[in-house]
Design a binder for this molecule. Structure first.
Ligand code: ATP
Ligand code: MG
Length: 245
C-alpha cells in the first residue's frame, strides 16, 4: 500500500464541493483489506474528503467502518490502494475510559503535548484545549468524577493535543445519554467550523439523527463507500427504509 503525504488531488465525489480546492483533507483510492483470517473487510474502497468539516459515515454492522479507520490511522496496512492526507491523524473510540490514562484532566492532556514546549506554554495550551471543548475550570478535576460526555470531550481534547488535523471518531456517542451525546456533537461541530482553523472530522454513527449535523454523509456497505450526500437527506432516505443501512 502506498501512503502519500502531501496528498494527490482528489477526484470529485457527487456531493457539491468547493471548486477551487484541489488538495483535499483525505484521499483514499481503491483500498483492499483482508484480515488474516480471510475476512475481506474493504473492497476497492475509495473516499475523498474535499475540505475541513464534519463528515459522517453510516453503515450496517460489519460493513468495514472501523477497519477503514484503523487503516487511515496506520494501525494496519492495506494489501493494496492509497491513503493520503496532509494531517496528523488521531482516533477517538466509543469508550473514553479506554483512552484516558492519567488521573486528572490536565495530566492526561499533558501526555499528548509535544515535550519541546515550555511549562507555561503547556499550561496555556491545556487551558485553551479545555476551553475549546467546554471543559473550562476542570484542569485539576479527577477524571473519575467527570460525566461520560465530559470524558469523551476530554478524549477529543487529548487527540487535539497531539496536533491532529484529522480526527477519526468511531461511534463517539454510542455509550452516552442524549444530553451528553449533544454536548459531544456540538463540540466537534464547533471545532469543524472554526473561522480560522477548521478541523476535519470523520465520524461513524449508528444514530441517524446525528447525520443532520454533517457537512456530508455517506453510507458504507460491503467494504465500499457510496458517494457523499447531504446528511439530512441521507437520514430521511434511511429512515424511510428506501435503502437499508
Ligand atoms: N480483528 C479482526 N479479525 C478478523 N476479522 C475482523 C476483525 N475486525 C473486523 N473483522 C471483520 O471485518 C469486517 C468489517 O468489520 P468492521 O469492524 O470494520 O465493521 P464495522 O462497520 O465497524 O461494524 P460495526 O458497525 O459493528 O462496528 C467484518 O466482516 C468483521 O467480522
Ligand atoms: Mg465498528
Amino acid at each position: 500500500m502506498r501512503r502519500l503525504q502531501p496528498p494527490v488531488a482528489a477526484s470529485g465525489p457527487a456531493f457539491p464541493l468547493s471548486p477551487d480546492r484541489t488538495r483535499g483533507e483525505l484521499s483514499l483510492e481503491q483500498l483492499n483489506y483482508r484480515w488474516p483470517n480471510g475476512n475481506q473487510a474493504l473492497r476497492h474502497c475509495s473516499l475523498q474528503i474535499p475540505r475541513p468539516g464534519l463528515w459522517m459515515l453510516v453503515g450496517s454492522n460489519g460493513s468495514g467502518k472501523s477497519t477503514l479507520f484503523r487503516l487511515i490511522a496506520g494501525l494496519i496496512e492495506a494489501q493494496s490502494g492509497t491513503i493520503s492526507t496532509p494531517h496528523r491523524v488521531a482516533m477517538v473510540f466509543q469508550n473514553p475510559d479506554h483512552q484516558l490514562l492519567l488521573p486528572s484532566c490536565s495530566s492526561d492532556l499533558l501526555l499528548g503535548l509535544t515535550a519541546s514546549s515550555n511549562r507555561s506554554d503547556r499550561i496555556r495550551c491545556i487551558d485553551q484545549l479545555l476551553d475549546q471543548l467546554g471543559l473550562n475550570g476542570l484542569a485539576t478535576r479527577p477524571i473519575h468524577t467527570l460525566s461520560g460526555g465530559q470524558k469523551q470531550r476530554l478524549a477529543i481534547a487529548g487527540a487535539l493535543a497531539s496536533d491532529a488535523g484529522l480526527l477519526l471518531l468511531d461511534e463517539p456517542t454510542a455509550l452516552l445519554d442524549p444530553e451528553s451525546q449533544r454536548t459531544v456533537l456540538d463540540a466537534v461541530h464547533k471545532l469543524c467550523h472554526h473561522a480560522d482553523h477548521p478541523l476535519t472530522a470523520l465520524w461513524i454513527t449508528h444514530r441517524l439523527e446525528e447525520l443532520d449535523r454533517a457537512d456530508g454523509a455517506a453510507r458504507m456497505k460491503d467494504g465500499q463507500i457510496e458517494p457523499w450526500r447531504d446528511g439530512r437527506s441521507l437520514r430521511q432516505r434511511l429512515q424511510a427504509g428506501r435503502s437499508d443501512r
